[in-house]
Every structure is written in C-alpha cells, then in structure tokens.
Design a protein around this ligand. Sequence first.
Ligand code: SF4
Ligand code: SF4
Length: 363
Amino acid sequence: MLISQKSKQIVDSCRFCWMCRHICPIGNATGQERNTARARALTLSLVERGAADFSGGIADNVYECALCGACTKECATGWDPVKFTKETRNEIVMTGAAPAYITKMIETLSETGNVYGKTALCDDLKKAIDGVSAKTDVLFFLGSDARYAACKQAKGAIEMLKGAGVKFTVLADEPGSGYAWDFLVGAADETKNAMTECAKALNEFKTVVCYDPADAKVMLREYKEWGIELKPEIKTFTAFLAGKIADGSIKAAKTNKTLYFQDPALLARDLEETQPARDVLAACGEVKEMLLFGKDVMWAGSSMMAVYMPKVMKLVAERRWADLAHVGGKVMVTASPSEYAALADVKPEGMELYTIEEVVKGC
Ligand code: SF4
Ligand code: SF4
C-alpha cells in the first residue's frame, strides 16, 4: 500500500486488538465486526501483504468509518485508526478503486461545491442571508451541511444572532471549508485547493465564527498542516455564544428545563472543547450528562454519510436517543447541524431536540 509507514504500523497494531470495539458508533449500530478499527486494520493488512485488493467490499468498509476518533481516544497504547483510514481513502481514490457512490459524491462535490448536489439555498435561508450580507468584521461561517442539509437551523442561528444585536456577515456564496474533501479523499490536491480558496474568503475578516464544528476543526487543524495562512481568529459557535453570555451582550434567564448536551465529536475530541456549550446551557436551564459525554461522546450521525449509508445513520441516531432514555433524559441539545439532522430524522415520540441557539433564543 502507498500509505505512510506510521499508518502501516497502526494497521499492524490494531489488527489483533479488540480493546476499542465497544465504542465504535457504527459497529454498535450495525452489530458487525467489520465496523471496528480492528477488522478494518485486519483487511488492510491483507491488502498490504498482497493477499487482497480494495475490491470485495474492502473499499466500502474504509468509507464506513465516521472518523469520529472514539477509537483513538479509547486506545491505551496511543494508536490512531483515523490516520490509516484517511490515508487509505486517499489511496483508494487515487488508484481508481473507490466505490461508485463515493466517486459520484466526489464528482458532485467538484461540480456543485457540496456533496448534496444542491445549487441553490432554501428560500428562507436565502432571505435570512440577504439581511446580513453587508461587510462587517465578523464572518458567521455556516458550512455546507448547515446550508444544504439543515437550512432551517442555519436560518434560526442567523435570526438568533441578529436578535441579540450581534453584528456579523454571512456570505451568500460561501465556499466550502474543505471538510468534505478531507473526509472523502484525505490529503489530496483537491482538499488543499478547496481550503486555499476558502482561506482567501476568510482572510477578509477579523473573526470567523464557525457554526459547524467540522469547519472549525479543519480551519484550526488541517489548514495549518497544509501551511495555509489564516489571518482571522477562528472561533467555534459554542465558544462565541458562551463569550457573549459571559460578557452580558446576550442576556439569558434560567428556565426549568433539564438539558442534555450531545457533544459534537470533532469539537470535544479534536478541538478539546467541552465547557463553553455547558456554560451556555447552564445559563438557560439545568445541565445533566448523556450516557458517554465530553471527550467520551458517542457520535450521533451525519448528513454526509447519510448520502451513502442512510439506514446505518438512522440506527446510529436511534441508539443515541436510547442513550438519552437510559439516563432518564427527554431534551437533547446539539451543536452540530449534521448531527441535528440525523437525530431529528428519528426523534422518538415524547423526546425533544433543540439546537443550542434555539435553547438560547428560548431563554
Ligand atoms: S486503536 Fe488501540 S484499542 Fe483500538 S484496535 Fe487499535 S490498538 Fe486496539
Ligand atoms: S473513528 Fe469512529 S467510526 Fe471510525 S472506527 Fe473509530 S470509533 Fe469507529
């Protein structure tokens, strides 16, 4: 295989190890051993030894990983299956071995700038953006998932910030952050080009507030890896809201609601941010914890993976609702547009789902 020596080392370490199989959201949802870091490493070790190629479901299996990092967080010996999975995706695409549905998504991303093939925003979001398109120092970066898979929530976030008197800009022609390219192809020229183009737009502002933690993650981590200069301060939406509540520019009054926060995996693990969202929610109600929370969070699904694994995404999100029920909770709060869409799709009767800005608006 063409992956790095480090990744080959991880493959060799993971292939006979069972120690993180219980925390994989995909493996737990499907009940299949193939959806664990160990099984993926075992099949890739066969490819590395020339005993198999990427056909026969092996390439599909590499795309069944959410790159959520739970296995990496759990690994007592410090191995990182996300690394070999991303590098293998790169090899699979570069050698023409990608499954047809992944090739199609990549073509769609190339043509439209998003994996959903959307060429226009929903009317409500378009109108909301028209009202905040004038240039300010602060760019509110919505991200592709919010714009095209959770447009009602994106519109709600814009309205909440406007209502709170925050001065900000949203770009009507916002470029992709490069997250989708990074997820599908890893470290390819296309990924770097998308990030470079996005950085040009971001560099017109002093502060960029990312609504989607996935975008904040690539801007704060991957752009640096590529040596792409970012001039503005990049803030997560959760940290931005927490700061506005702390300095009194957004007023919040406590309600009697008990709130359970679904930590976005990339926010909690990759960006190591868990407290600001809790501070925001604590200003609005009582905060209790989900089964598995903070850096140990169980990922709850994604709009991008729902394009090619819709049934599994429903199972993943259903399990997260079951986790909430196990701790006696009824109200889940998200800070990831993609997870919101996945959870909303299978919300059980009697449970409530809110975005974090909906909670703030309500208090
Ligand atoms: S990441 Fe660590 S715990 Fe998981 S399979 Fe690999 S070596 Fe084992
Ligand atoms: S990164 Fe997440 S989805 Fe992928 S193998 Fe690890 S725990 Fe499972």
